[in-house]
Design a protein. Structure first.
Length: 408
């Protein structure tokens, strides 16, 4: 079997894994690093099938480029497929606003969907002489680990989370000879999630009780919906703005992927969905908490709310997700400043970070490996992969390099 990373071997993002086993060639993911400017994977190579782990742009953001030159069957869960289209269309819009060339068009996105095949967890599909089975990865609704069985068995995790959240059940180990696993949080642990949720709820109540407002910058996919469920028990006035509302509708309309569709429907029905500039103007006046895109504060409605609260030291900005370098969110965490309409400002609002990551921490990654018990492990999608080596000394571990094909 031959494996080649077109991206994502040595860094977080732009993941693209080409696997050749006998006469079958597959590609797992083909994403971007959504920085300024975006970083793309190596040029596409002809394959028989493309298998998407989930709909975050660092895994899917360059997929339509494939269909400018090649044709291949496109496998994904229905939830992932439904979520990918708005994400890709939005990336075209963002690239235009930021002045960066976008390598594909809406026509290319349509070409992608013409080759779509719906994959259901636990059902095995044939592609050439390879059997392929999808399993839940626990990362976001619809996220998938792919198991390929031919001359040997290979499990590709994509982004992995093994613990239960309000929204999802954690991923379960699947036996395989070779494990290709993400290593985003190698060398780092997460605070206990239940403790983080308890602390977040407590701080929100404290701020509201003293007359403040809370802005929760949030990723549209997965995090917005998790926060909606976390906030339900507080009985506060919550508004949701940005693309998270569209993704929530997709989640409600695509049953079978959440821990409890009924619980999410109930929680979602208790929030106010901001639609249009008139509602946005009144949102802070009408709400205790606003959940809004973007999660890294680089675009979307979030900056309009922050601008209204710049001088309000009773109010707060609570970040719940990783902030990439050179984003407004990272700048706010490190320097207390961010840019609004090109001007650098320093909000007087309180600022706190709550770790609600949907990636497994170091110990959970090690435990997952031991439960799978593979013959070999290929670590990718991380910039500190070596941190895992001491805890995986009993296994053969491969640290691939982008663009360099290797055999196993």
């Amino acid at each position: 079997m031959k494996i080649k990373f077109l991206g994502g071997a040595e860094e977080v993002g732009r993941l693209g894994i080409k696997i050749t086993d006998r006469n079958t060639k597959v590609m797992v993911d083909y994403g971007v690093i959504p920085e300024k400017p975006p970083e793309f994977p190596l040029p596409p190579e002809k394959v028989d099938g493309i298998f998407l782990t989930h709909s975050h742009l660092d895994h899917c953001g360059n997929l339509p480029v494939y269909y400018q030159k090649y044709e291949a069957e496109f496998f994904a869960t229905l939830m992932t497929a439904n979520s990918v289209r708005p994400m890709l269309n939005d990336s075209i819009k963002v690239a235009s606003l930021e002045g960066y060339p976008q390598p594909f068009s809406k026509d290319d996105i349509s070409m992608l969907y013409q080759s779509f095949r719906n994959a259901r967890y636990g059902e095995t599909y044939e592609l050439g002489d390879t059997n392929v089975t999808p399993y839940s990865a626990g990362h976001i609704p619809g996220s998938t680990m792919w198991k390929f069985e031919n001359s040997t068995s290979t499990l590709v995790t994509g982004d992995l989370y093994t613990r239960e959240t309000n929204l999802l059940n954690g991923a379960l180990p699947v036996k395989a000879d070779t494990l290709i696993m993400e290593s985003t949080y190698a060398g780092r642990e997460h605070e206990d999630r239940d403790a983080v949720v308890k602390r977040l709820r407590s701080r929100i109540k404290e701020v509201v009780e003293t007359g403040g407002k809370i802005v929760l910058p949030s990723f549209a996919m997965g995090r917005t919906q998790e926060l909606i469920m976390i906030l339900e028990k507080l009985n506060l006035d919550v508004s949701v703005d940005g693309m998270g509302n569209l993704l929530s509708e997709i989640y409600l309309g695509t049953p079978g992927f959440l821990r409890s569709q009924a619980d999410f429907r109930r929680a979602s029905g208790r929030v106010r969905k901001i639609k249009g500039p008139h509602m946005r103007e009144r949102a802070l006046e009408d709400s205790d908490v606003i959940v809004t895109t973007s999660g890294m504060m680089d675009g979307g409605p979030v900056l309009s709310y922050v601008e209204q609260l710049l001088n309000d030291d009773r109010s707060a900005i609570f970040l719940t997700g990783y902030q990439v370098e050179n984003t407004n969110g990272r700048s706010l965490l490190e320097t207390g400043t961010l840019k609004i309409a090109g001007a650098s400002v320093k909000p007087k609002t309180m600022l706190e970070f709550f770790d609600l990551s949907a990636h497994s921490g170091h110990s959970d990654l090690v435990q997952f490996v031991k439960s799978v018990d593979p013959k070999r492990i290929i670590l990718c999608h991380g910039d500190s992969r070596e941190e895992l080596l001491p805890d995986l000394s009993e296994y053969e571990v491969i640290l691939p390099v982008n663009g360099k094909e290797f055999e196993i």
